[in-house]
Design a protein around this ligand. Structure first.
Ligand SMILES: Cc1ncc(COP(=O)(O)O)c(C=O)c1O
Length: 419
């Protein structure tokens, strides 16, 4: 029975909260840093010799609070480079978040290591010290945490577990740039941080990425792997010897010039993302049947996307229908089940998709673990993607926009709530 005492949602024929002539702001068009044209002019006038790569790396390391940064072509390769720099290789297990993008796991498979998915905190989709420790074995070499949606994992206990077992910690900060945890920025808490500047991220130059680290040894190995393609010059009269299966994962001066301009406006923008997200969290707490994601104490989230949980059991509609009703009101929220990697990445269970019929049926990315990758491996993560709606967040929202977003969710929840 619909609740006739509350306003009819737009999807049922009512008036949308925000419609075509008064839409909520979108991520695009993007704000471009005021120095972008100046940097491009400098680059062109220098005949492509202005060293924007070095300038960007220095500025990036300094803003993130790390000793070194190395910019790369995107974060998929930044994650791969971090693993190679940390010495992760064939047969090593890497404990990794199951809720993430392909870019997090690609490097693990490329290094012929084994992704081992730790379950998550149901209330924010992030791995925890407890879920990580449960899957550590004597093969584990590294932990790769993802600060999902810009909410930093509860890192202190994770670092404790890593230290106890002597593991390297890599942070995938694609979605959490400048998010802070207990006074430290994400990417500086573990051993190596990985970042993305892709088209949709907080800071974009089209496509780009970087790693940060305090350890010179990791920086040098990363540079060799991703810039020198694994080669060294032992004898200058001979030239390069290729020792390692490296790659060309380089960034370039053109994108670095734009990235530098974007970096200059980033702190203000991310501060706004955090404030707006915190306002939404507070408002959503008041709506029965929806739950804002849990942010660890002492942390402020960067909300690249804004996720919230719908207790679907409390409503007469499914998660997808709830999302469609919210979208019809002018807020484009939808589920993201494909983010559950053990479920959506068929290549983990069968390498024939990658290498063709020459590989034995069922040939595995992981030939050591005697189990099939599936959603059942990580029940909390499965629950999370079955209850989560999210939409691309932007710092362009005004206070009024946040009120309208809350009004949209409240309107849909009130109408469809089981009474
Ligand atoms: C958590 C996470 N890791 C890695 C990536 C890959 O980043 P890129 O597109 O820069 O390769 C993404 C991209 O969305 C991501 O969200």
């Amino acid at each position: 029975m619909p609740n006739l005492l509350v306003e009819k949602p737009a999807i049922e024929g009512g008036r949308p909260v925000r419609s075509g002539d008064n839409p909520l702001p979108k991520v695009f068009p993007r704000e471009i840093g005021p120095n972008a044209m100046k940097y491009f002019r400098e680059l062109v006038e220098s005949g492509n010799t202005a060293n924007f790569l070095e300038r960007f790396d220095k500025a990036f390391a300094s803003l993130i609070g790390s000793k070194y940064a190395l910019s790369l072509s995107n974060c998929t390769v930044a994650c791969h480079t971090a693993l190679a720099a940390a010495g992760v290789g064939p047969g090593d297990e890497v404990v990794v978040s199951p809720i993430t993008d392909y870019g997090t796991v690609y490097g693990i498979i490329a290094q012929r290591a084994i992704p081992v998915f730790a379950d998550v905190d149901r209330l924010n989709g992030n791995v925890t010290a407890e879920t990580i420790e449960r899957v550590i074995t004597d093969r584990t070499k590294a932990i790769m945490v993802v600060h999902w949606a810009g909410i930093v994992c509860d890192m202190d206990p994770i670092i404790e577990v890593a230290d106890k077992h002597g593991l390297v910690v890599i942070e995938d900060c694609c979605q959490s740039i400048l998010a802070e945890y207990k006074g430290k920025k994400s990417g500086t808490i573990g051993d190596i941080g990985c970042f993305s500047f892709d088209v949709e991220k907080h800071m974009s130059c089209g496509s780009g990425g970087a790693i940060v680290t305090d350890r010179e040894e990791y920086l040098e190995r990363a540079r060799n792997f991703a810039y020198a393609r694994g080669s060294i010059v032992e004898d200058p009269s001979f030239g390069r010897r290729h020792k390692v299966l490296g790659n060309n994962y380089r960034f370039d001066v053109v994108r670095a010039a734009l990235a530098l301009a974007q970096l200059e406006i980033l702190p203000r923008k991310v501060r706004r993302y955090s404030e707006l997200g915190a306002q939404l969290n507070e408002g959503l707490e008041e709506i029965d049947g929806v739950i804002p994601c849990r942010v660890p104490e002492g942390s402020d989230a960067a909300y690249w996307i804004y996720p919230f949980l719908v207790e679907v059991e409390k409503f007469r509609v499914s998660l997808d229908e709830f999302g469609k009703a919210v979208s019809a009101e002018g807020l484009p929220a939808s589920p993201g089940r494909y983010y559950l990697v053990p479920e959506s990445h068929d290549l983990l269970n069968d390498l024939r998709y990658t290498y063709g019929e020459g590989v034995a049926p069922g040939g595995r990315a992981d030939k050591y673990l005697n189990k099939r990758y599936s959603a059942e491996m990580t029940p909390n993560a499965k629950w999370y993607v079955e209850h989560m709606l999210r939409w691309p967040f932007t710092d362009k929202y005004s206070g009024r926009d946040i009120e309208d977003i809350l009004a949209i969710v409240r309107k849909v929840a009130d109408y469809y709530r089981v009474r």
